[in-house]
Design a protein around this ligand. Sequence first.
Ligand code: M3P
Ligand code: FE
Length: 314
Amino acid sequence: MGVLRIGHASLRVMDMAAAVKHYENVLGLKTTMQDKAGNVYLKCWDEWDKFSLILTPSDRAGLNHVAYKVQDDADLDDLQRRVEACGVKTTMLPEGTLPATGRMLQFNLPSGHEMRLYAMKEYVGTDVGTTNPDPWPDDLKGAGAHWLDHLLLMCELNPETGVNKVAENTTFMKEALGFFLTEQVVVGPGGAIQAATWMTRTTTPHDIAFVGGPTNGLHHIAFYLDSWHDVLKAADVMAKKKVRIDVAPTRHGITRGETIYFFDPSGNRNETFAGLGYLAQPDRPVTTWTEDQLGTGIFYHTGALVPSFTEVYT
Ligand code: M3P
Ligand code: FE
């Protein structure tokens, strides 16, 4: 069966206490575990595995790795062969490398971002359980995010040298991991340069996205909310808690998502993302955004790009 969904992101933070407060009180995650090295593990109320976010103490912000969950342990051996057949070196990290997590297949995407695949993580259940569950739990905090939805990686793109890590990652994700393309941005003469892609393994418009830029990095991790009204309330929470908002509530043309972008105290960009957009199916025709409509694709209402949004990342 292969890759199921995004499993967790491991982020570097400079002030652990401030970061935990942010992810708990603004987004509504709960801390489920801490380890001796000072790493903190958190999950959203609607997730059933032990954690979807790892915060690691550091002197700079950014992404350590992103992990996707596969269905069966044997998928890891299968995918190891497929990843290596694409010319990418892998390491099988033994069970217990991360607490409460089985063995992990570790490799770098063509862009250099570290990715891991795992089949087992300790099951702890959602906050509403599985027997006659309420639609939401009583003790929601902040935005009350349901789950980690996707992340967006900035990938080196330089038309002068011909380096295009967006295109390389997109081919790799398709061939090695069986993701399919839902949307893309094409630029340059004749739209020959694939400058951004949105890809999925599930039925949502994206489980990962790649956008071209001068250097590799993390653009954002996104958490799922139910509705536009929840996006509005999330922005209210951010205003109350003096969170640095990058882009106030609006809609993406790409994915049709309803969104807010904001920063955690270390400067890692977060997104709260609502709306299923559309039912993503492998045979759905790929949506293409052209260079002249790029602003509309990203911010549908104004059609205007926000410099901080495209230029600042960790
Ligand atoms: C999203 C999304 C950029 C576009 C971002 C789009 C960084 O975050 O969830 O569809 O150009
Ligand atoms: Fe996003």
